[in-house]
Design a protein around this ligand. Structure first.
Ligand code: UDP
Ligand code: MG
Length: 350
């Protein structure tokens, strides 16, 4: 069974927050209750994803008052999935728990997740048995998305599961090596494998404040899920191209045959020409767009920017948990180039 040493916490609770001042008092009270009932030392890491309300002040005050709390402020809004990743990068616990700030993920459920972890499971995800406070539209689109995604990917991404989960340290280490830019965290954990299990829970409505996932952001997350975990859209492009070519070939045969037999006036057929040409143009653009989605991702990866940028952090042990040092080279050259430059300098000095 995993055990914590004296100075590292047993549990790390990672909570991304964006403008959650309305819900924070209730959240902090519930988290305090949870910490009291957890059978081990814990740390709570809040990742402030560019809040513009009173969230930073409220959290900083808590960090000053209670050594179990830590606060990380990102330099701007990097998005929920990047904020989770920032928290996971800094978490030191034997088990890391990821949850939302709005109390839709009830802190008390964490005790059940921990019980499963003690039984030897390495990823314990909380599965929504009921989803209160969510529109029928959201539930329906979520269902459609996950059943579609399961069909087109070989990665096992469970149904009705968000990012609320407990993850063992060993899995966290593997997760940290996955630095892809467009992140779909729940899919990444699915891809990793390990011993996984589910704990059902009743998802409540948001305790206060407004959702930070408007429809457009939701669609973007869904697109990320599809493009990151499947090349089905590319295959679809190929098959559609193939089907349309076959159709065009058959139609061509018909057109030539009717021209030869003189059964079809050569000048007539304006409507069919327009229909066919515009249909093919539309299809072409759409399929180029699909390819563009993947090319865009390659572009983002090639730039190699960090996943998030930290502005400020508080509550961490300054020695053990300094931010990772920037590259030793003042010009930010990659290691291989720095090495090469050093060798050249040595050569010149000889
Ligand atoms: N969140 C974040 N950055 C964002 C959007 C959301 O850190 O860009 C946080 C938010 O504060 C909350 C969690 O992610 O703790 C989930 O967001 P929300 O509850 O608004 O999403 P919903 O449950 O409506 O899908
Ligand atoms: Mg929510």
């Amino acid at each position: 069974m995993p055990t914590a040493s004296a100075d590292t916490p047993c549990f790390s609770i990672v909570i991304p927050v964006l403008n959650e001042a309305l819900v924070l008092p209730a959240l902090l009270a519930r988290i305090d209750g949870l910490l009291d009932s957890l059978d081990g030392t814990s740390e709570v890491i809040f990742i402030d994803d560019g809040s513009t309300d009173a969230t930073p002040e409220m959290l900083s005050a808590r960090v000053r008052a209670d050594p179990r709390y830590r606060y990380v402020q990102l330099s701007r809004n990097f998005g929920h999935q990047a904020a989770i990743s920032a928290g996971v990068d800094l978490a030191e616990g034997q088990a890391v728990i990821i949850m939302d700030a709005d109390l839709q993920d009830p802190p008390e459920v964490v005790l059940e997740l921990v019980a499963k972890w003690r039984q030897g499971f390495q990823i314990v995800y909380a599965q929504r048995a009921a989803r209160r406070g969510e529109s029928r539209f959201k539930r329906w689109t979520a269902h459609l998305f996950y059943s579609g995604l399961r069909r087109i990917t070989s990665v096992d991404i469970p149904h009705n599961v968000g990012d609320f989960r407990l993850v063992d340290r060993r899995v966290i280490q593997a997760f940290r090596s996955m630095r892809e830019r467009d992140r779909f965290v729940r899919g990444m954990f699915g891809w990793l494998g390990f011993r996984q299990t589910a704990v059902p829970f009743e998802r409540q409505g948001r305790a206060a404040g407004q959702t930070k996932y408007p429809l457009l952001k939701m669609v973007r997350l869904a697109m990320n899920g599809i493009v990151s975990f499947s090349d089905a859209p590319l295959q679809l492009a190929l098959w559609m191209g193939f089907a349309v070519s076959v159709g065009a070939l058959l139609y061509g045969v018909y057109v030539i045959a009717s021209a030869l037999t003189g059964g079809h006036g050569l000048v007539a057929g304006w409507a069919s020409t327009i229909v066919v040409v515009s249909f093919l143009c539309g299809l072409n653009m759409m399929l180029t767009g699909v390819v563009g989605l993947y090319v865009g991702r390659i572009h983002a990866e090639v730039k190699g920017r960090p996943l998030y940028v930290v502005n400020e952090q508080a509550g961490f042990d300054p020695v053990a948990r300094a931010e990772p040092e920037p590259a030793a080279d003042p010009f930010g050259l990659p290691d291989a180039l720095v090495d090469q430059r050093r060798r050249l300098a040595q050569f010149a000095a000889r």
